[in-house]
Ligand binder design. Structure first.
Ligand code: SF4
Length: 280
């Protein structure tokens, strides 16, 4: 969007020169919903035309023989779905908008009158609910390690109890959303840690209630639990540090010292929190 917006324009979602409305609107105003819907339709046509010209089959398919009448709400929810399901969702949002920092994305989403932030958060809760169902079904929660592993197990066991509806685990999104609204275990799976959030113990700082995985201090926070993927991610990071340190002469003294220190800390941390027999 940054690159598409002509120089000097103040808004990220202003009316673009390619839009039918360009000559009729002050380009420094945000788009209206009607303009956005028109642009989305043109975008869908462009995609399908591109696919036809290049012999590609991944077109946007018609529904009941007609182009799907996409609305801004559907578009926003689709965006929220993808942001919520990419690892480090908020960071993905920041990248998508090319904002220079996560804080800016959170500011943008938080102040947006469209209610985009609650929408992303609702999708994130649902995505977490689906992960919990999978964790519980696979018995994965018993393989958590780290300072908060025991707490995670208790919370997941309680969640499993409520997710079990007459012998069947709830997977229907509407019921799962309701369950998460009432019984959210406040566990946040991330790349390097699974955060078992207790606000008073959190070492990351965020104004509202949830954790901020992008500011996580995985080696120090007592809210950390580790699943097999987290341990593998830390081990991979350790291998990258190994490679960088092997070429240590190319590094300035300060970064080399910091890397070596981080390497030692992660090695000790992993040794302490890896089960005797890591499942293959
Ligand atoms: S520092 Fe990390 S583990 Fe601790 S509360 Fe924040 S996100 Fe969770």
């Amino acid at each position: 969007m940054d690159r598409l917006v002509p120089p000097g324009h103040q808004r990220l979602f202003s009316v673009l020169a390619s839009s039918n409305h360009y000559l009729r609107t002050d380009p420094n105003r945000s788009k209206t919903s009607t303009q956005t819907v028109d642009d989305l339709k043109s975008f869908m046509d462009w995609i399908n035309d591109y696919c036809t010209r290049h012999g590609r089959s991944d077109v946007i398919p018609p529904v009941n023989g007609r182009r799907w009448p996409v609305t801004t709400r559907q578009f926003r929810r689709t965006l929220a779905w993808f942001i919520a399901r990419r690892p480090g969702g908020t960071i993905a949002g920041a990248i998508a908008y090319r904002h220079p920092s996560v804080q800016m994305f959170e500011g943008y989403a938080g102040t947006s009158e469209s209610g985009f932030r609650p929408e992303v958060e609702a999708e994130q809760a649902l995505a977490r609910g689906q992960q919990f169902v999978d964790l519980v079904a696979a018995g994965e929660h018993q393989r958590l390690t780290g300072p908060a592993a025991e707490e995670a197990e208790l919370r997941l066991a309680e969640f499993a109890q409520h997710a079990d509806f007459r012998g069947k685990v709830v997977t229907d999104p509407v019921r799962l959303k309701r369950l998460m609204a009432r019984r959210d275990p406040h566990i946040y799976p991330g790349g390097f840690v699974t955060c078992v959030h207790v606000p008073e113990r959190a070492l990351c700082h965020r104004d509202d209630a949830g954790p901020s995985l992008s500011d996580c201090q995985p080696l120090r926070c007592r809210n950390v639990a580790l699943n097999a993927d987290n341990r593998e991610a830390l081990a991979t990071h350790l291998r990258h540090l190994d490679d960088a340190l092997a070429d240590g002469d190319a590094l300035a003294p300060f970064p080399r010292r910091r890397m070596q220190q981080q390497h030692n800390e992660i090695t000790t941390f992993l040794a302490r929190h890896t089960p005797d027999q890591e499942p293959s």
